[in-house]
Design a protein around this ligand. Structure first.
Ligand SMILES: C[S@@+](CC[C@H](N)C(=O)[O-])C[C@H]1O[C@@H](n2cnc3c(N)ncnc32)[C@H](O)[C@@H]1O
Length: 389
């Protein structure tokens, strides 16, 4: 009889740090401001929840860890070190292990970068948002352009891999002004950038301003032209859009984020973190309590702060995998789609919608993969509901 060897899916681990120094008016992430950050309590509870999650997952290969937030550069380096030591003890870690941490360019945090590297972080992602003074103020940022540039230079001297975030398609931004800001950014960049168009998120201060007409976003045509200009400028520096908002030199892509978009397994610990995990042959969607102290209280009492764990059915998996995969320039491989969701790519998409989208040049098949063309990726928000039923 043939022996079945059950090869466990490789895993990515997301760790959420829910605290910031101040709340940015555009941001709806699970971020909270406290007079004093309860560092020790969150070190202990994050560690405890990691052990709880690892125990039920078993010893699996772990490819990457991402410390997101909030502002994880506010974590004491000792906390990062302890969590990385735990992860090394609990999982099988390969040679090209990626450990990313999100940082802000304020001086408190920048002074910790060497310690964070020594703790095991090997990739840093800095929230710069703009290289112009006025938009930085408008975005409610607490750092200056000079501080951002200094932070970037320091980070580049410490870490082998550095990325930073910018927000564009801001109110009143012209294509010429964005091109010039982006060129400056590209000249400071290493081999990866995240370039997001400003979105108005429910419940944020920006939403109220937008409703009153005090914030006006670029019209659709201007937003599309800004996207094209972004792609063009980035390409001149050799950075390609491997995902809708992420640009990298080939080989410098974020392995952790690729795992999400390829619909691989990831565990999410910390307040509000999500996970997608293959447990005993079923793909589970997990979610943690969002309120930091409530989450910590649960961990202290029962070992974890999970509020929801749902087995995804074929339809839900197919939808999620398409929504994620069509964001990628490499698209969705039909074979992996079938293996992961149990249904064929063709059966997950409305046939008539697919025919029209491919006739109009928004999607194409290439080498067994369904790909959103650059034209399609530019209009992905409109395209996806049309294709994915
Ligand atoms: C979790 S946040 C990074 C947090 C980091 N502490 C900071 O403040 O920069 C991830 C990134 O999402 C982007 N982002 C957040 N809200 C956004 C919005 N409403 N529109 C566009 N980009 C946004 C920002 O570029 C931000 O750096």
């Amino acid at each position: 009889m043939e022996t079945m060897i059950d090869v466990p899916e490789p895993l990515a681990l997301y760790i959420h740090w829910p605290f910031c120094l101040s709340r940015c008016p555009y941001c709806d992430f699970n971020a909270h401001v406290r007079d004093v950050i309860p560092q020790q309590r969150f070190r202990l509870t994050l560690r405890r929840e990691l052990v709880w999650e690892a125990e039920r997952l078993g010893r699996r290969p772990l490819r990457s860890i991402f410390f997101g937030g909030g502002t994880p550069s506010l974590m004491e380096p000792e906390t990062v070190r302890a969590l990385l030591e735990d992860a090394r003890a609990l999982f099988d870690i390969g040679g090209d292990f990626e450990v990313t941490l999100e940082a802000n360019p304020t001086s408190v945090e920048i002074s910790r970068l060497t310690e964070l590297r020594d703790a095991g972080v090997n990739r840093i992602s800095i929230g710069i948002q703009s290289l112009e003074a006025e938009p930085l103020a408008m975005l409610g940022r607490r750092h200056s352009v000079e501080q951002a540039i200094a932070a970037l230079e320091i980070a580049r001297s410490i870490f082998p891999r550095v990325s930073f975030d910018l927000i564009y398609a801001r109110p009143g931004q012209s294509i010429a002004a964005w091109r010039s800001e982006l060129r400056r950014a590209l000249s400071l960049a290493a081999d990866h950038l995240s370039l997001y168009q400003l979105t108005i998120e429910p419940g944020t201060k920006f939403e109220a301003l937008h409703r009153r007409g005090d914030i006006v976003l670029p019209e659709e045509d201007l937003a599309a032209a800004l996207y094209d200009a972004t792609e063009e400028e980035a390409a001149r520096f050799g950075l390609l859009p491997y995902e809708v908002s992420n640009y990298a030199k080939p080989g410098a892509e974020s392995r952790h984020n690729l795992q999400y978009w390829r619909y691989g397994d990831y565990a999410g610990i910390g307040p509000g973190a999500h996970g997608r995990l293959d447990l005993n042959g079923r793909l589970m969607a997990t979610r943690r309590h969002r309120a930091p102290e409530y989450w910590a209280d649960r961990v202290e009492r029962i070992g974890h702060g999970m509020t929801e764990e749902i087995a995804l059915d074929t339809g839900a998996m197919a939808r999620e995998m398409l929504l994620m995969g069509l964001r990628l320039a490499e698209g969705v491989p039909a074979e992996r789609f079938l293996a992961r969701t149990g249904c064929t790519l063709e059966s997950a998409i409305d046939a008539e919608a697919l025919r029209r989208a491919s006739e109009e040049g928004y999607v194409s098949w290439h080498d067994g993969r369904l790909i959103a063309t650059p034209e399609g990726r530019r209009r992905l928000d409109a395209l996806l509901p049309f294709l994915v039923t």
